[in-house]
Design a binder for this molecule. Structure first.
Ligand code: NAG
Ligand code: NAG
Length: 420
């Protein structure tokens, strides 16, 4: 029991490290977690949480909430900003764009910085039909045609299934629902949102035709050189097939709850062994992020996932391969017909892929991004100019509009101008 708890703790630290990725941005010197945890208002806001569509509507934009059923019976919650109230362009051609969050994040991650800076709003105001995906298992996608989320089988998926089924279903559903006869979409993914794209496009190559441009923020596929000390510390245990990883597989992994806030606080106490970890998480890095948004990020993240998603990533880190889930030799033989899982044939991704990466990214290491780029036939590699640009900056750097969102929209617009 005690071991299990210890492992859970360790795992949580990894998650917190990984979720820096995912727009959980807690690197402000001003936050006192203890105060936050004891603040009755924080508790109220956690309970009365608003959905992505309510948050979108609060800014005056039209917002829709769709429930999309995947081929394997999961029901994912997807939000849409169908047009811009500022443009009143509901009857005009609006190119579809699907935006997909990172590990432990959700659709809220794309709107929290508000209409001036957040990619979703900027795209709506540029005339796009904007779709915000949610991976199975997160806050908005705990739903299934026959399985209860209490059933362990519900959690028997990794990011492989998110790419192979959820993203495929979202693309097809958006194309159909848009109703303008569009045959392809623009795609944006952050972190795991890139992994699931590579997964889908390499295992179901027919989906490449449905992509106009694809933007990978902090691409994660090959993980050999990743620097995160948490992941490096835990991967040798949980990234291998053993009692630990078996014990932790197929479970829901920290959905948003107050327990996590307490945990964070405990990690941050000065006499704790993990204090350096905490410093790196909440330490000030020169005021590079918009801290106005931090409370909202804390209220919406982490949004939960299956432990298998974590395990699958740790397996990649250990093996140096970008390949399917390792079930162990016997089951691999049964599932894949080989002792080791097959690699994702990323060479077959023919759609145009833009790889946006930074020099200071603790999860998407430069060498790994470039090794992936080498294997992609149709890519455009974009290094972020700012040498301090890290994994979380893709979500909440205070200049994200200028450095990232505007250039991305420009590329999409050039594509549209050339083909229309
Ligand atoms: C689950 O999916 C059904 C069918 O689409 C939908 O009506 C329902 O609101 C969903 N429930 C949740 C909790 O998302
Ligand atoms: C920070 O975020 C707030 C809330 O979205 C926004 O109003 C403000 O303009 C942002 N500040 C900067 C410097 O980007």
């Amino acid at each position: 029991m005690q071991n299990r708890f210890l492992l859970a703790l360790v795992f949580s630290v990894v998650a917190v490290g990984v979720s820096q990725s995912v727009a959980l941005n807690i690197r402000t010197p001003d936050i006192d977690f203890y105060k936050l945890y004891n603040n009755p208002e924080a508790h109220i806001s956690l309970k009365g949480r608003r959905t992505t569509s309510e948050r979108i509507a609060a800014h005056g934009y039209p917002a829709e909430h769709h429930h999309i059923v995947t081929e394997d019976g999961y029901i994912v919650g997807v939000f849409r900003i169908p047009y811009s109230h500022k443009l009143q362009n509901q009857n005009e051609y609006r190119p579809i764009v699907l935006i997909q969050h990172g590990l432990l994040s959700c659709s809220d991650g794309w709107i929290l910085t508000g209409p001036d800076d957040a990619l979703a709003f900027m795209l709506a105001d540029a005339g796009y039909d904007v779709w915000l995906g949610n991976a199975r298992g997160n806050t908005y996608s705990k739903n299934h045609t026959s399985l209860s989320t209490e059933h362990p089988y519900f959690w028997r998926f990794s990011w492989h299934e998110i790419g192979h089924y959820d993203i495929a279903a979202m693309i097809d559903y958006a194309l159909k629902t848009n109703g303008q006869g569009q045959k392809a979409i623009h795609y944006v993914g952050h972190s795991q949102g890139t992994t699931v794209f590579f997964t889908l496009m390499s295992t179901r190559p027919e989906y490449n035709e449905k992509i106009k441009t694809a933007h990978m923020f902090a691409p994660i596929a090959i993980m050999t050189n990743l620097e995160s000390p948490f992941v490096r510390a835990v991967a040798p245990y949980l990234g291998q097939r053993n009692a630990y990883s078996l014990l932790f597989s197929c479970q829901e992994f920290i959905p948003h709850n107050e327990f996590l806030l307490t945990l964070l606080f405990n990690f941050c106490e000065p006499d704790q062994m993990l204090r350096p970890t905490c410093d790196s998480l909440i330490g000030d890095e020169g005021g590079r992020t918009n801290v106005t948004v931090t409370p909202e990020q804390l209220a919406t993240h982490p949004a939960g996932c299956s432990t298998n998603q974590m395990i699958h990533y740790l397996q990649e880190q250990q093996s140096g391969h970008f390949r399917q889930y390792d079930h162990g030799t016997a089951k691999n033989l049964e599932v894949y017909g080989s002792e080791t899982p097959p690699d994702y044939p990323v060479e077959e991704i023919t759609s145009k892929v833009y790889l946006w990466y930074g020099l200071n990214d603790e999860l998407a290491a430069v060498e790994d991004v470039l090794a992936l780029a080498d294997r992609l036939p149709n890519k455009d590699v974009r290094l972020m100019e700012d040498p301090l640009w890290d994994h979380g900056d893709f979500a909440s750097n205070w200049k994200v509009r200028e450095y990232l969102n505007e250039p991305v929209i420009k590329i999409m617009q050039e594509f549209e101008d050339a083909y229309n």
